[in-house]
Design a protein around this ligand. Structure first.
Ligand SMILES: *[C@@H]1O[C@H](CO)[C@@H](O)[C@H](O)[C@H]1NC(C)=O
Ligand SMILES: *[C@@H]1O[C@H](CO)[C@@H](O)[C@H](O)[C@H]1NC(C)=O
Ligand SMILES: *[C@@H]1O[C@H](CO)[C@@H](O)[C@H](O)[C@H]1NC(C)=O
Ligand SMILES: *[C@@H]1O[C@H](CO)[C@@H](O)[C@H](O)[C@H]1NC(C)=O
Ligand SMILES: *[C@@H]1O[C@H](CO)[C@@H](O)[C@H](O)[C@H]1NC(C)=O
Length: 275
């Protein structure tokens, strides 16, 4: 009797674990099929043919799964000529670390729900046709190391919270239609930042002197915006800086920029720091 009860309980426990596990996996499958359903153009029939419900999604093109739990860790569909919108159901991929859909023709908004993907290390959605604002929710992605939103049609302010994500190493918002100004305290919590590219937007206001606190910066590109005021003396603290682009703004004392450029250690000096 006792043994049977234990056996029954173990069976139930096993079944429970099985249900929980398969529910999680089917959540990933569901999310991926929702993502596929909003892709309206697939010239090489990559998703149309390969992402078929009969096979495990871990074997689908562009998908990498974790070895133990078979949850989706990576979604890499760069350079596939895909067109469509990004389905909000992507937020179901709760183990996702890397989202790469660069160099395609995705349009529409970046879904707010993306901010729920707390495991994300990398977002590369550059070179698409995305419009609308950058969701404030991206400011919750505390593990984010690389964020590339460049070459889209994004408008509005850059959410300040993004500049408070201490894991960030590379940020690019370049070549969009972003406006507003940069927060004055922008480098107080970015100890690892090596690349910051905001060039070719419509950002105005002063260049925050606190940028001088991002001492790991190797590349800083702010050119082709509407920055005004002077170039902060604190830039002299950026001892790892190799490339600095400040040109095509409304900065005063641009000759000072030259001096800074030349004095900076190992700087690659280019076209009066313009590009
Ligand atoms: C299923 O997902 C939930 C949260 O989404 C998580 O807490 C749980 O550990 C997962 N279970 C398994 C077996 O992976
Ligand atoms: C999808 O592509 C992968 C990788 O090329 C391949 O291993 C798999 O068999 C393909 N699945 C289908 C259903 O075509
Ligand atoms: C910035 O991050 C720190 C810790 O990571 C947190 O305490 C602080 O409230 C954040 N500030 C803003 C403006 O989000
Ligand atoms: C972001 O994407 C652009 C366009 O593909 C690329 O040139 C750039 O190196 C990437 N990274 C950063 C940090 O700008
Ligand atoms: C940064 O530069 C300013 C002005 O040049 C200087 O007063 C300050 O001590 C420097 N800070 C650090 C941390 O080097």
């Amino acid at each position: 009797m006792g043994k049977n009860v234990i056996f029954t309980l173990l069976t139930m426990l096993y079944f429970f674990i099985y249900v929980v596990t398969s529910f999680n996996s089917s959540t990933d499958g569901y999310a991926l099929l929702a993502f596929k359903s909003q892709i309206t153009f697939d010239p090489n029939q990559i998703l149309t043919k390969n992402w078929s419900q009969g096979t495990s999604f871990c074997n689908w093109n562009g998908i990498t799964c974790g070895t133990r739990h078979k949850r989706v860790r990576g979604l890499n569909l760069a350079n596939m000529g895909l067109g469509g919108t990004i389905a909000k159901e992507i937020s179901g991929l709760s183990f996702l670390r890397s989202l790469i859909i660069s160099n395609n023709n995705f349009h529409g908004f970046i879904p707010d729900e993306m901010g729920k993907l707390s495991q994300l290390r990398e977002i590369e959605i550059q070179n698409n046709e995305l419009n609308g604002a950058i969701p404030t929710s991206l400011g919750f992605l505390e593990n984010l190391q690389k964020l590339n939103l460049s070459y889209n049609k994004l408008i509005g302010d850059i959410p300040n919270k993004i500049f408070n994500l201490s894991s960030l190493v590379e940020i690019s918002f370049g070549d969009n239609i972003l406006s507003g100004s940069l927060p004055t305290d922008m480098c107080y919590n970015l100890p690892k930042l090596e690349m910051l590219r905001i060039s070719t937007n419509q950002i105005s206001g002063n260049i925050p002197p606190s940028l001088g606190t991002c001492t790991n910066l190797k590349l800083l590109s702010l050119s082709y915006n509407n920055f005004a005021g002077s170039i902060p003396r604190e830039f002299g603290n950026l001892s790892n800086l190799q490339i600095l682009y400040l040109g095509r703004n409304n900065l005063i004392g641009t000759s000072k920029a030259l001096i800074i450029c030349i004095h900076m250690h190992s700087i690659i000096y280019s076209k009066s720091c313009e590009n």
